[in-house]
Design a protein. Structure first.
Ligand code: FES
Length: 105
């Protein structure tokens, strides 16, 4: 069963920005785009590189790995371009009482 973890107040997240957080040692990249929040594993599926240090493509809802340029869907974690071929994990995000919550299995 997933554990709901509060990762900050909504105001701490700027729109079209990414923030790295850790929950029980698991690194997660949390992205806000307007009123939508996304959370993906903060580790590229190609090599051990932090996705939260890469560029965001907010209109396409993708995040780019800075090392070799693979982009990943923020919605389902699927790779959108090579060299990465495997998805990164995604986590359910919810907003309640002005705070952002992530469901971590
Ligand atoms: S390390 Fe991310 S695309 Fe190669």
């Amino acid at each position: 069963m997933a554990k709901l973890t509060k990762v900050g107040s909504v105001d701490e997240f700027d729109t079209c920005s990414v923030k790295r957080i850790e929950v029980d040692g698991l690194a997660i990249a949390v992205v806000r785009i307007d009123d939508d929040f996304f959370a993906v594993g903060d580790r590229c599926s190609h090599q051990d590189v932090s996705l939260s240090e890469g560029e965001l493509f907010c209109e396409d809802r993708e995040i780019e790995c800075y090392k070799h340029g693979s982009t990943f869907s923020l919605t389902d974690g699927s790779p959108q371009s090579l060299p990465a071929t495997k998805p990164v994990p995604t986590f359910e995000v919810s907003v309640a009482e002005g705070h952002v919550w992530i469901a971590v299995p």
